[in-house]
Design a protein around this ligand. Structure first.
Ligand code: ZN
Length: 447
């Protein structure tokens, strides 16, 4: 969910690359997105069956459909609720109160931010907590989350601490820019946020992710899988050393299967969840890893960051153009002195949230495009390595859809607004029909 702490959201934006079709409820945590449909290893069930289309048994179909309907509603309600929270904070004049305390505490701007920012961010977090709890209740009801409430609560606290640390610095930088240059502040803050964003993406796998999950080198956990993956890496003519492949212990919190690519520069890596290894057979995992390698080789993290930077530039400008109007309308009644007052922050956040929501279709379509490219890359890189590779890929998506309760028939508006991945039915169809080799050609990415 693209919530208030933009750059933190930015760091998590490309996190769950494979299975998760909903946005992450907390930017710092990969979203759990599956259910324990079967106690049998799903791969064993599906691997036996020849796939012609993505289908689910009637009872599972109903569950998947219900869950996606709830998620869709929750996403829409979450947006309106988020705006309402910010509106209420403005009406209740909470930000001016926090500003007064901050200014009384110190005349130094950074220390003022260290008082003001945590108070405001925590107020927002506490007011939106009921919705977060309800989201977790839903995931438990569908058997997707297996996390205890105490562990969930501890994760929530850790996520807040991370957002406070980043928030203090970013909000201080934002108001420094506003004070230095009231007319160009949107551009200067954008410039500052670029290296901060890249730095956070670099830090995410090294510092933030290990606060929520256990990571081990894949080599130690499953050497034979690494050998299979290395073969594929060579087929692609790539060089991804085994030190860049990680095992993640997701099973203590969720039943979902997933894998993702994260990090930048020296922290860039492929991560495979323990559940994925447990519930899929080796050729299927190799396909999933081939998809992840597509993200890695085709530089999707850098492309995603560039895309987001472009969006932010437009948004910051639009917020700058509209904030004057908004403060002129409500500023006096809200106790806000002007744009350079700390207390204007909830109004800035409100506008930014609205712009982000409006941009959802574009951002989701862009993400679906990258995911489709990675699907294609996975097919090309496993062609000739795995017998009947298109069928194996289709089986991998069938297994993933069964475990993660992917809706075979999602609401088109839900797809349009929020789907970061193509619907599973489309992905299965593509795997079964993509065949440039049959026409005497070669792959587009892997020759
Ligand atoms: Zn992906």
């Amino acid at each position: 969910m693209k919530r208030f702490l933009l750059v933190l959201a930015l760091a998590g934006w490309f996190c769950p690359l494979c299975a998760a079709q909903q946005q992450s409820p907390s930017a710092a945590q990969p979203v759990p997105s599956a259910s324990s449909v079967a106690t049998l290893p799903v791969g064993e069930v599906s691997a036996q069956k020849r796939i012609t289309a993505y289908t689910l048994p009637a009872d599972v179909y109903q569950k998947a459909h219900d869950r996606s309907r709830i998620h869709f509603r929750l996403a829409l309600i979450g947006f309106v609720y988020g705006l309402a929270v910010l509106w209420a904070i403005l009406r209740w004049k909470l930000a001016p109160k926090y500003r007064d305390w901050a200014e009384r505490f110190s005349s130094r701007r950074f220390l003022q931010s260290a008082v003001f920012s945590p108070l405001l961010l925590l107020t927002i977090a506490v007011l939106t907590l009921p919705l977060d709890i309800y989201g977790e209740v839903v995931e438990k009801r569908f058997g997707i989350s297996v996390q205890s409430w105490s562990s969930w609560g501890w994760d929530w606290i850790k996520a807040q601490l991370i957002s406070l640390v980043i928030g203090i610095a970013l909000i201080w930088l934002l108001y420094s820019a506003i004070r230095r240059s009231p007319r160009r502040c949107w551009f200067y803050f954008w410039l500052i946020s670029l290296p901060v964003g890249v730095f956070l993406v670099f830090l995410q796998p090294l510092v933030i992710d290990p606060m929520f999950h256990k990571f081990e080198p894949l080599q130690q956990k499953d050497p034979s899988l690494v050998a299979g993956l290395e073969q594929m890496v060579q087929r692609a003519g790539q060089n991804i050393p085994p030190e860049r492949m990680f095992w993640m212990g997701a099973g203590e919190k969720t039943t979902a299967v997933d894998a993702y690519v994260t990090g930048i520069g020296r922290s860039k890596r492929i991560v495979v969840w323990d559940n994925t290894i447990a519930k899929m057979n080796t050729p299927q995992i190799v396909y999933v890893a081939g998809h992840e390698m597509g993200h890695y080789v085709l530089l999707h993290i850098a492309k995603g960051l560039t895309f987001l930077a472009g969006l932010l530039l437009i948004f910051f400008y639009l917020v700058y153009r509209s904030i004057g109007w908004m403060l002129a309308r409500g500023g006096g009644g809200w106790g806000v002195r002007g744009l350079d007052d700390w207390a204007s922050l909830p109004a800035l956040m409100l506008l930014l949230s609205a712009f982000f929501f409006v941009a959802n279709p574009v951002a989701s379509a862009f993400s679906r495009y990258l995911e489709h490219q990675a699907d294609q890359y996975g097919l090309e890189v496993t062609h000739g390595l795995t017998p009947d590779s298109g069928q194996v890929a289709a089986q991998a998506f069938q297994a993933l859809g069964e475990v993660d309760l992917s809706d075979p028939d999602p609401n088109p508006m839900n797809v349009f607004l929020f789907y970061s991945h193509p619907p599973i039915s489309d992905r299965v169809r593509f795997c079964l029909t993509y065949d440039p080799w049959g026409k005497g050609g070669t792959g587009e990415f892997v020759k």
